[in-house]
Design a protein around this ligand. Structure first.
Ligand SMILES: *[C@@H]1O[C@H](CO)[C@@H](O)[C@H](O)[C@H]1NC(C)=O
Length: 499
């Protein structure tokens, strides 16, 4: 990493001195990716540690020309960024202080906070990060016919909070090109099955859209509810609601709960298997199956036949090719994404309220979470992927949902104790703010039909700025008041935002 960055910053300095500036990594804050070792496993060779790290999304960063931000509440500063090449020549993108952005790593664990406190003020940081390989590109996980496992501690996530681990078919380089030399190293190229319109599409200004990508939600969860959901896409549209599996929605109300069958007040291991028609990595994806390990033993599935999504059982996915499309994306490779978020628009009701979970429709309001759970955070650790049965130290060896075999107590105990150890010990104390200029998609779901729509953050025309919009900073002449429920937070001298 040191050599890579030494090169990057000497290059940045060279370009800076010749051209005045460029949309290259800036010189204000170095980008130092927190290390997050992961493990790639095979049945024959066991698990091999990977030299991986995490990178914060592009939109959370300070992009500027001298002391002027290149990003505004409505998108970009059109004087500095009339087109991609000029924008790239005028603007620099800075590294971030990860702890201030709510992200810390320790061993093979990453902890993500919804809120951070700086100068006595607590603000939402809601980080989204990607798994980065040692080559500066995203790790492309190829999981068709394979499995992914990890440990999670979501005990502090209340109703309305979403600790998410998912896959999206982003470009491996983040769309790196001459106008975006940082690419994946600076977290560019986000896309998902809500088909967002990205101001910085692939790290260059581009208001065209939508930016649809196949998405596999491995875990969207808090301590009260969870779902895993494939979202296959065609070129310009996706199965936005998806055919997910949620044990509460299936009638099992004490499965995923504090003190429940799976005790969400404690860490556990989540295993997701992508079973193909012929068991090979090139076969068509027929079943996605979920398994859990807690306290050294496999927890029985909520549904006796296995907690699964089946290819022949998803009507909303059918127009998009269903699990077959999802399997093709998983075979090509998808980027691993971690996020923590909440949602003032819908209070995350689609996940944990009504028929989906035990939460009331209002208790997931961000203002309620901030008041009662400002420390809410999620810890993901011990991320392993590879052949089915190879990632859990021999605890689970079956590849079908209906036959689950377990091995000896000693191997289970050994594996689980190391997992639990890495999951449980970490705290974060850094409390400065980060620059953040992202727009978010909020999901709207009616529990009975599981449809989802995307709501984009828009710019306020009046005196009040909307959520995420700019509300102050040097040179800012727009609205300085925020709409109901949000307050203007100073992120840096040049950018204040309604959070
Ligand atoms: C992003 O960049 C990648 C790699 O250059 C490219 O394949 C992909 O089509 C781009 N996506 C969009 C939406 O522009």
């Amino acid at each position: 990493m040191t050599a890579r960055y030494a090169f990057k910053f000497s290059l940045a300095t060279l370009v800076f001195s010749r051209l005045a500036s460029a949309q290259v990594p800036g010189t204000g804050t170095p980008e130092v990716h927190p290390k997050l070792p992961t493990y790639k496993c095979t049945t024959s060779g066991g698990c091999v540690m990977q030299d991986t790290s995490v990178v914060l999304d592009w939109n959370y960063r300070y992009i500027h020309s001298g002391s002027t931000s290149c990003t505004t509440s409505s998108g970009v500063n059109t004087a500095l960024c009339p087109n991609q090449a000029t924008c790239s020549a005028n603007c620099q993108i800075e590294g971030v202080d990860y702890a201030a952005a709510g992200v810390t790593t320790s061993g093979n664990a990453v902890t993500m906070y919804q809120y951070k406190t700086a100068n006595g003020k607590t603000s939402s940081v809601s980080p989204r990060i990607y798994l980065l390989g040692p080559d500066g590109n995203y790790v492309m996980m190829k999981l068709n016919g394979q499995e992914l496992s990890f440990d999670v501690d979501l005990s502090t996530l209340p109703c309305g909070e979403n600790g998410a681990l998912y896959l999206s078919e982003m470009s491996a380089t983040g769309g790196r090109n001459t106008n975006n030399p940082g690419g994946a190293n600076y977290g560019s190229g986000y896309c998902d099955a809500q088909c967002p319109y990205e101001t910085w599409r692939n790290g260059t200004i581009d208001s065209a859209g939508p930016f649809c990508c196949n998405e596999m939600d491995i875990l969207e969860a808090n301590s009260r509810a969870n779902a895993f959901t494939p979202h296959p896409c065609t070129t310009n549209d996706c199965d936005k609601g998806g055919c997910g599996f949620n044990p509460y929605a299936s009638g099992y109300h004490n499965y995923w709960a504090p003190g429940g069958t799976l005790d969400t007040s404690k860490p556990f291991t989540v295993i997701t298997q992508f079973v193909t028609s012929d068991g090979s990595q090139s076969g068509s994806l027929t079943t996605i199956t979920r398994k859990y390990i807690q306290n050294g033993r496999q927890i029985a599935s909520a549904v006796s036949s296995g907690d699964s999504v089946y290819a022949n059982n998803c009507q909303s996915g059918a127009p998009y090719g269903g699990l077959n499309t999802m399997g093709q994306a998983l075979a090509r490779g998808m980027v691993l994404i971690f996020s923590i978020w909440n949602d003032a628009g819908q209070n995350m009701n689609w996940l944990d309220s009504g028929s989906s979970g035990p939460c009331s429709s209002t208790e997931g309001a961000p203002s309620n979470i901030l008041a009662n759970n400002p420390n809410t955070h999620v810890i993901f650790s011990n991320i392993r992927w590879g052949d089915i049965g190879s990632t859990t130290g021999g605890i689970i060896v079956s590849s079908s949902s209906s036959t689950t075999r377990t091995t000896t107590t000693s191997s289970r105990t050994t594996t689980t104790s190391s997992r639990t150890t890495t999951t449980s010990s970490r705290t974060t104390t850094t409390t400065t703010t980060s620059s953040r200029t992202t727009t978010t998609s909020s999901r709207t779901t009616t529990p009975s039909t599981t449809t989802t729509t995307t709501t984009r953050t828009t710019t306020a025309n009046g005196a009040q700025q909307t959520h995420w919009g700019q509300c102050g900073g040097i040179g800012w002449t727009g609205p300085t008041a925020c709409s109901d429920g949000f307050s203007c937070s100073v992120l840096n001298p040049y950018y204040s935002q309604c959070l």
